[in-house]
Design a protein. Sequence first.
Length: 108
Amino acid sequence: MDAPLQDCTIEEQRGVVGFLWAERVKPVEIHRRMLVQYEQSTMCQRKVYEWVERFKSGRTRVTDEGPSGRPSTSRTQDHKSSRKASSPQEYRNYLNDITNALCCKGTM
């Protein structure tokens, strides 16, 4: 091959995994062939195996699915800024407050 495909998205690589798996290519061979094309951008071999298993179980999409269930609230900017401590002692006090609020025994 003249030019490796170094600029690619993870979705493109997942599509390649799905295509080659449909062609009955073994996961180890899929990864080997992807290394030739994508070089350092190649997903790891474990991920190739994981995606082959997903395709085997009937998955057809290569895009990430959003998390299921209740959304995480600890990632909001307000929450992040409210938990910042200015000193190690203040941080320990913060952790103790959380521990006490959760009715846990012991201090930090």
